[in-house]
Design a protein around this ligand. Structure first.
Ligand code: ADP
Ligand code: MG
Length: 333
């Protein structure tokens, strides 16, 4: 299923056509990592900022190649690792290894990178708009769990239990946004940039007029409208997880693409979760995690995690805005 719409709308992009204080602007959009990626850059020299943008897309491609579980790209990628399940330690690429290590070092279980088998069950049923039986879910869930893979930190290998299958959809785009941003900022010609990978956004610098970036947060039940506008400063990242872009319905019941690892069922504790952080990976990670957690638990995770601020919409439509965003988020209604 392609993700054709960004979950966040850029209300006011940096692209003030032409020159502003002799600033040049450049924008390019490509389809990578199963989503639309737009990179908008300003800087002193047109050729240099185009070059920086091209390099940032190469960074996305590099991460896609290592983290795509549906297609083989190179010998040490996620596809190859998953094929190697049950066959002992496997050396993986650096991006993949870093992501798996980061995951292993955090304590949460509601975000689980081993959900490949159960994600496949729901994907298959999504194609025919049917609901899997409890037996199917149980069988798939038996192949999932944090303990289904281990890392060897000396040899950078990953060992995957027989029948298991990793899926990095919850965090790969955020990681790629950080990586692309680091590539872009190395280029000294760039004065500002906005990277948007299907709603995983990072901003660099300020807009040409010196004002903060303004990002519209989509209303999960009226995606053509916005809940409000969030102002973002240099270096900030944002990610939104929602049940309104990748889902299907059977008999009026919505089945979204984020699953609760405890039950194997689509998560139903939230309808939209937005996280702001200095790291796009952190924002992506927590937006998915908070989506799965019960509302009060999600709020308590936000309160106990200094690196993040969040906006959480529960199924009743109630909106929680964490204290750190109260001056930067303006509700629309
Ligand atoms: P999106 O990819 O739509 O931007 P997310 O970052 O929230 O949204 O990631 C959702 C993806 O993560 C799913 O498409 C699936 O590949 C995977 N996934 C679903 N549920 C979980 C979960 N509980 N833990 C980890 N990954 C999950
Ligand atoms: Mg995520």
């Amino acid at each position: 299923m392609k993700k054709l719409l960004s979950s966040l709308l850029i209300i006011s992009s940096l692209l003030t056509t032409g020159c502003f204080f002799k600033q040049q602007s450049y924008q390019d959009t490509r389809f990578l990592m199963d989503t639309i990626i737009t990179i908008s850059v300003t800087g002193k020299d047109q050729a240099a900022i185009k070059n920086a943008t091209d390099e940032a897309f190469i960074a996305f491609k590099e991460v896609e190649d290592e983290t795509d579980r549906y297609k083989s790209h190179k010998p040490r990628d996620l596809y190859a690792l998953n094929q190697h399940n049950g066959q002992g330690p496997f050396i993986v690429g650096d991006h993949l290894y870093k992501l798996l290590l980061m995951y292993k070092e955090q304590p949460y279980t509601a975000l689980d990178l081993s959900l490949g088998p159960i994600i496949d069950v729901w994907r298959t049923h999504g194609e025919t708009k049917t609901v899997p039986s409890l037996e199917e879910i149980k069988t798939a869930l038996a192949k999932c769990g944090r303990d289904k893979f281990s890392l060897d930190t000396t040899n950078h290998t990953v060992t995957l239990t027989a029948g298991s299958n990793l899926d990095l959809g919850a965090i790969a785009k955020g990681y790629a946004v950080d990586y692309a941003a680091s590539v872009i900022t190395k280029n000294k010609a760039v004065t500002s940039a906005l990277i948007n990978a299907g709603g995983n956004i990072k901003v660099i610098g300020t807009k040409a007029n010196g004002k903060p970036w303004r990002i519209g947060i989509q209303d999960p039940r009226n995606p053509q409208e916005i809940l409000g506008i969030l102002e973002m400063k240099n270096g900030q990242a944002i990610a939104t997880s929602g049940d309104y872009q990748r889902y299907y319905e059977v008999n009026g019941v919505r089945y979204c693409h984020i699953l609760d690892p405890a039950t194997g069922q689509p998560a139903r504790n939230a309808i939209s979760t937005t996280v702001v952080s200095s790291s796009a990976l952190t924002a992506d990670f927590f937006s998915t995690l908070l989506f799965v957690l019960p509302h009060e638990e999600a709020i308590s995770v936000v309160k106990n995690t200094p690196q993040i601020e969040a906006i959480i919409v529960n199924p009743k439509g109630e909106i929680y805005v964490s204290p750190g965003l109260r001056n930067t988020f303006t509700k629309e209604k």
